[in-house]
Design a protein around this ligand. Structure first.
Ligand SMILES: C[S@@+](CC[C@H](N)C(=O)[O-])C[C@H]1O[C@@H](n2cnc3c(N)ncnc32)[C@H](O)[C@@H]1O
Length: 194
């Protein structure tokens, strides 16, 4: 596990083998959809409070990495979220999140789930809140994601996206501001499906 993630000033490098096995096509000129960084605890807490999400909601983190945002959301807001689910494509990161889930109590584990898979293939239509750190997602990925989100989500569902707005007129930005990430500040958007 020690070679899994190499820490360097708040960012992490993913082993080359992991991205190689996924193919070059997902990497982009901006460093690739698989470059790694995380939202800070404070930023995620503040932003979730601003979503005004209804109690007993379902949260998905699309690209959940080590799973910290999912576990944090489930443990910090037990009344707001009945389930928090992370989808992560890179096997080594998924396994870190699964191991972190194993550390939770049985009750907490019932509300936390991780899946290894592609956010474009796994079903997340029951989400009321989607979190997506989209800093390294290219324009094509964002457009494909917007089409999927329009068709999958119920009106009123919210998306928290880091660095990029959802490129769709069916989403209205209800909040945006700069928040602290592990690599520095980034714009965060809360969008609502009309
Ligand atoms: C910037 S990290 C965010 C980690 C975590 N969500 C957070 O903010 O703390 C983005 C993650 O998205 C994952 N990812 C990129 N494309 C993906 C895809 N198509 N399906 C699932 N995960 C993907 C990457 O492997 C990476 O772990």
């Amino acid at each position: 596990m020690s070679t899994l993630l190499s820490s360097s000033i708040g960012t992490y490098s993913i082993r080359k083998n992991d991205t190689r096995s996924l193919g070059e096509s997902r990497r982009t000129s901006r460093g690739g959809a698989f470059a790694y960084g995380e939202i800070t605890f404070e930023a995620l807490t503040q932003v979730i409070l601003l979503t005004n999400i209804e109690p007993h909601s379902v949260m998905f983190d699309l690209g959940s990495g080590r799973g910290l945002a999912v576990i944090q959301t489930a443990l910090t807001f037990p009344n707001l979220f009945s389930k928090c689910i992370g989808i992560e494509m890179i096997s080594s990161l998924y396994h870190v999140s699964a191991a972190a889930r194993d550390q939770l109590t049985d009750e907490e584990q019932k509300r936390v789930e991780f899946m290894q898979g592609d956010l474009f293939k796994v079903d997340w239509c029951n989400a009321n809140l989607v979190f997506m750190a989209a800093t390294c997602f290219d324009e094509g990925m964002m457009k494909s994601f917007a089409c999927l989100a329009e068709s999958k989500l119920k009106p009123g569902s919210k998306i928290i996206s880091v660095s990029q707005k959802i490129p769709s007129q069916r989403f209205r930005v209800v909040h945006q501001d700069l928040y602290r990430m592990s690599w520095g500040n980034a714009q965060v958007y809360i969008s609502e499906l009309l």
